[in-house]
Design a binder for this molecule. Structure first.
Ligand code: PGA
Length: 241
């Protein structure tokens, strides 16, 4: 069941997302976190709330969705670095409670299986998601099996282009592979919070909500999840009926 919330713009989407997220920020909860431009406003609000109201993350765990293959954690565009820069370094979550898949290692598939095992032991209470312009969730590109676990994947051409802005607008610098939680992994989260803003997300939002449940639009599987909140701004909602 998708609970759709329409707001005006990015700022309002971030406010609304914080309102939803705040209910999960309590001892023992497990947060599923995401990277990209979409969650930045939400993370700013979480940091502000921590600093001003003392909301604590000491007994919270987190699992991120994905990481580029081949980028060391010291690379500023690694998702590990992104999460520290934008959230973890500004709240009191213990480093050992945070998990970001590693994009380096001898056997990435074995590491991916281990990641799923860790999530199975600490099921995610709320999974935050953005959506790709091609309908991807995490790096599950169109055609990914709905029952997939965490795995190594090739990035779609459109995703490489979309993410080029983080790599000096130089397409040759964008990693071509990632480790990503699978769609099956994501669907195990008890609640899902997806934020989509901007006109370049409008078609993906329409396909996710009004389209058939089809692997061509990975996000369309969310129609089958029992507890999904989708927050869209006017631009992203512009193609909805
Ligand atoms: P964005 O990416 O937040 O940078 O738009 C979303 C996504 O690809 O999932």
């Amino acid at each position: 069941m998708i609970n759709l919330i329409k707001v005006k713009d990015y700022e309002e989407a971030s406010d609304k997302a914080f309102e939803v997220m705040k209910k999960f920020i309590e001892p023992g909860k497990v947060l599923g976190l995401a990277t990209g431009s979409t969650p930045l406003g939400l993370y700013q609000r979480m940091v502000k709330d921590h600093k001003e109201n003392g909301t604590s993350y000491k007994q919270i765990k987190s699992f991120n969705l994905d990481e580029y293959v081949g980028l060391p954690i010291t690379h500023p565009e690694s998702y590990y670095a992104f999460m520290h820069r934008n959230l973890f370094d500004h709240i009191d979550i213990p480093e050992e409670n945070t998990h970001v898949p590693s994009g380096l290692g001898e056997d990435l598939e074995a590491q991916a299986r281990h990641y799923d095992e860790m999530i199975a032991e600490s099921p995610v209470d709320v999974q935050l998601l953005g959506i790709g312009s091609d309908g991807h969730i995490a790096f599950n590109e169109p055609g990914t099996a709905f029952d997939s676990g965490t795995h190594v994947t090739d990035l779609a051409e459109s995703t490489i282009k979309d993410n080029c802005r983080f790599f000096d607008n130089d397409i040759t610098k964008v990693p071509t592979q990632a480790v990503t939680q699978g769609i099956g992994t994501i669907m195990k989260a008890k609640s899902i919070l997806l934020i989509a803003t901007g006109a370049n997300k409008a078609q993906a939002v329409k396909d996710m909500i009004e389209g058939p449940i089809d692997e061509k639009c990975p996000a369309s599987i969310l129609q089958k999840h029992p507890d999904v909140t989708v927050i869209v701004d006017e631009a992203a909602a512009s193609l909805l009926k």
